[in-house]
Design a protein around this ligand. Structure first.
Ligand SMILES: CC(C)(COP(=O)(O)OP(=O)(O)OC[C@H]1O[C@@H](n2cnc3c(N)ncnc32)[C@H](O)[C@@H]1OP(=O)(O)O)[C@@H](O)C(=O)NCCC(=O)NCCS
Length: 199
């Protein structure tokens, strides 16, 4: 009871103190300390978004684009997430993102071998990432630039998603492939052997 009250007060106080720092912070949105955060003015958190401790979230507002991170209502992001945004990352409502997940909409420029420092924003290659509502991303998964994950899909633990995953699929492996699809008639996940483009 005391713990719940403590959590309630901490999250309310945190939001009130930080409202002006973010693009949007809806009620009950909360990022638990400690965290590494840059570009708060480009971050929008919907109602009830909970981000657990040790998040590393970097929105590179110094780049030529106008980057944005948008997280929908009641999405939960577990500890040690790393989200890098140079363009746009959109995470839908009611998603569950497990610990140590990496989500990025950019790469350093890979067109040529480089000898100068790679961290310069000028050298980023970007493509937006979109994660639909009700998606569950398993522990230590990597979601790379340009990827869309459709509504209610599941990404297996340790997977690396390099291409779009449609709605109502389970995808796993590196690179992630569809392993099951939701059969609305049977009301269960069934094994998928086909080509992703046929889904
Ligand atoms: C993706 C997942 C949900 C699939 O569960 P499932 O439907 O029970 O899948 P199955 O065990 O029937 O596996 C089906 C096939 O996919 C493979 N597979 C399952 N999960 C996999 C993964 N994460 N990576 C690679 N392959 C995977 C299985 O080896 C199996 O292959 P096979 O047919 O060649 O034997 C589950 O394996 C998973 O990764 N869960 C995430 C757990 C997690 O991160 N929890 C954090 C708490 S929020």
């Amino acid at each position: 009871m005391i713990k719940r009250l403590n959590n309630f007060l901490r999250s309310r106080i945190w939001r009130l103190l930080n409202l002006h720092r973010y693009a949007r912070l809806e009620k009950r949105a909360f990022i638990e300390c400690p965290f590494i955060l840059t570009g708060q003015k480009s971050i929008s958190l919907g109602e009830g978004v909970k981000i657990w401790p040790f998040a590393r979230i970097e929105v590179f507002t110094g780049s030529k684009l106008a980057p944005a991170l948008i997280i929908g209502e009641y999405t939960t992001i577990q500890p040690f997430v790393h989200i890098g945004v140079a363009d746009k990352v959109t995470i839908g409502k009611h998603c569950l993102i497990a610990s140590n997940v990496y989500i990025s909409d950019h790469d350093h420029n890979t067109s040529l071998p480089r000898s100068d420092p790679l961290y310069k924003n000028d050298y980023l290659q970007t493509a937006p990432v979109t994660i639909g509502p009700n998606v569950w991303i398993g522990e230590k998964a990597n979601i790379l630039k340009g990827v869309s994950i459709g509504e209610s899909s599941i990404i297996g633990a340790g997977s690396t998603v390099t291409k779009d995953i449609p709605s109502y699929c389970i995808a796993a492996g590196s690179p992630a492939k569809i392993i099951k699809v939701w059969d609305a008639d049977l009301k269960k996940w069934v094994a998928w052997e086909g080509n992703p483009s046929e889904k």
